[in-house]
Ligand binder design. Structure first.
Ligand code: SF4
Ligand code: SF4
Length: 283
């Protein structure tokens, strides 16, 4: 039986004793969010979407095995740097390899939810217990301001049509995840003047859909992104938003906005700690 209370993101008490490892096996993305620029990639930068390199599933398993032998890592997570289900195979293969070698590891994945639905039965079979979906709007008009485009197969959707397609797929995925007994966290990126007023409404809708935990994340303005000139929401603004959203769902309040190759306890900020081993894994 896997002890899920050891997940440092879903249980703040566990963060003192256990770390997580993000395995960067998913480079491509099927959505373009206006706050994201995955081209901007630097080892000194600490934010989602950034990694020093991409690992294959075999390299990821090797790296997880090496590091978890030396430090308490309870979670093998996949959070990009793109979307893990844009091309699901490397993500699913990585989880299969880690599950075979580490029966007690908590498996966790983060997605925009666009192409997640069809992979859920396999995730459940492998024993992935925690899934995060980033839902930045439950109103397609607002969503249309957040996403430049949404790609489905060879077709590209924009505006309200694209945002509607994304939301429909997110809601279907949440329903299926809950039907499979998987814990669901919702991340919402708080974008000033775009969706900051809308976050409690998202939390309310996610509660109705059965989500377990809600994580409001202040947008980091990133050079080269459409929203790169906006100002990051300050502590007071975030506090108020979390208060309002907290009327509907429990709030995660200790998120560190980790890189796609983050390793260790949430409080360990030094990306160079496991870097040599990480680059060995990739070579
Ligand atoms: Fe970036 Fe994630 Fe949005 Fe893709 S879904 S554009 S990786 S933030
Ligand atoms: Fe946990 Fe937040 Fe880091 Fe994800 S980004 S691993 S939820 S602390």
């Amino acid at each position: 039986m896997i002890d899920e209370t050891r997940h440092p993101c879903f249980n703040k008490n566990a963060a003192k004793d256990y770390g997580r490892m993000h395995l960067p096996v998913a480079p491509a993305c099927n959505v373009q969010c206006n706050f994201c620029n995955r081209d901007y990639d630097c080892v000194n930068e600490s934010r989602p979407g950034v990694t020093s390199t991409i690992l294959s599933p075999g390299q990821a398993e090797w790296f997880f095995t090496k590091v978890s032998a030396e430090t308490p890592i309870s979670v093998a997570g996949i959070a990009g740097p793109g979307d893990p289900f844009c091309d699901p195979e490397p993500t699913l293969k990585t989880f299969e390899l880690i599950r075979a070698a580490h029966p007690d590891a908590i498996l966790c994945v983060s997605s925009n939810g666009l192409n997640l639905l069809s992979s859920i039965p396999r995730l459940a079979e492998i024993g992935v217990s925690h899934v995060t979906i980033t839902v930045n709007a439950v109103d397609a008009e607002i969503g249309s301001k957040i996403y430049s485009w949404i790609r489905r197969g060879k077709r590209t959707f924009r505006g309200v049509e694209g945002a509607t397609l994304l939301l429909e797929n997110q809601l279907a995925a949440i329903a299926s995840l809950k039907a499979h007994g998987i814990t669901v966290k919702i991340n919402s990126i708080v974008i000033p003047g775009v969706n900051d007023h809308h976050i409690p409404r998202i939390a309310e809708e996610m509660k109705k859909r059965g989500a377990d935990l809600f994580n409001c994340i202040p947008m980091i303005p990133v050079e080269g992104a459409v929203f790169g000139n906006l100002t990051e929401p300050d502590h007071d603004a975030m506090w108020k938003i979390k208060e309002e959203a907290g009327k509907f769902l429990p709030q995660m309040k200790h998120c560190q906005r980790c890189r796609a190759d983050a390793v260790g306890k949430l409080t360990e900020k030094d990306p160079s700690l496991w870097r040599e081993l990480f680059l060995d894994a990739a070579s």
